[in-house]
Design a protein around this ligand. Structure first.
Ligand SMILES: C[S@@+](CC[C@H](N)C(=O)[O-])C[C@H]1O[C@@H](n2cnc3c(N)ncnc32)[C@H](O)[C@@H]1O
Length: 188
């Protein structure tokens, strides 16, 4: 079974096709070679990014041991271990001095602000996925789940605050994938 099929069958959330397409094109057109990914799941998006070019190197962080195990298996089976290093860790406990061409954020949606602050000095380019959260951010009535409501409230606060924050240059693609934000900290 291919990884995408596995993800759908086992309800593993992975990037939507057009969001992934946008990300891959962005990497190619901006000649991005070093990437930190926050939220590996089973390695689908990191493997797609790695397959673009042998020179692309990815560090990817995953908090869930089961997901991490499956990602390692997939990465090894696809002979991508020389390009992708997967860490079993809470992203907020991971510290590095490395500077990445891009940080792709696709983990806990309620923690986007904390991830940004935690990794602010590690890149001049951040891409966040799921800023629309299936339309629920703008229409919380679409869910009756209390946890989802609290999560989308945090996402909305993050999105609305960041888009008007003069410390960041933002391009927001509401209609691509599940809402993709390209953010560049303005360094003085
Ligand atoms: C949406 S999935 C990632 C999908 C993956 N990027 C893809 O498209 O193939 C989010 C993942 O982030 C992980 N995660 C959640 N909070 C995290 C944290 N604080 N640190 C690292 N990983 C986390 C979850 O366990 C989950 O596997």
């Amino acid at each position: 079974m291919d990884i995408k099929e596995y993800a759908h069958e086992h309800h593993v959330p992975i990037m939507l096709d057009d969001g992934l397409q946008f990300l891959l094109e962005y990497i190619q057109t901006h000649n991005i070679k070093t990437i930190l990914e926050i939220g590996t799941a089973i390695g689908y998006s990191s493997m797609q990014m790695a397959k673009l070019d042998k020179d692309i190197k990815i560090d990817t962080l995953e908090i869930d041991p089961q997901m991490y195990g499956l990602a390692m298996e997939n990465i090894n089976n696809n002979q991508l271990a020389d390009q992708i290093t997967c860490y079993l860790t809470d992203a907020l406990a991971f510290r590095t001095d490395k500077h990445y061409d891009m940080i792709f954020v696709d983990a806990a949606k309620g923690k986007y602000r904390r991830y940004l602050e935690h990794f602010l000095t590690n890149s001049d380019l951040f891409i966040f996925d799921n800023l629309e959260f299936h339309g629920i951010v703008d229409d919380p009535q679409l869910t009756h789940n209390r946890n989802t409501r609290s999560l989308v409230k945090k996402l909305r606060t993050f999105r609305d605050d960041i888009l008007k924050d003069p410390k960041f240059h933002c391009e927001y693609h509401k209609d691509i994938g599940d809402g993709i934000l390209v953010l560049k900290p303005i360094r003085y």
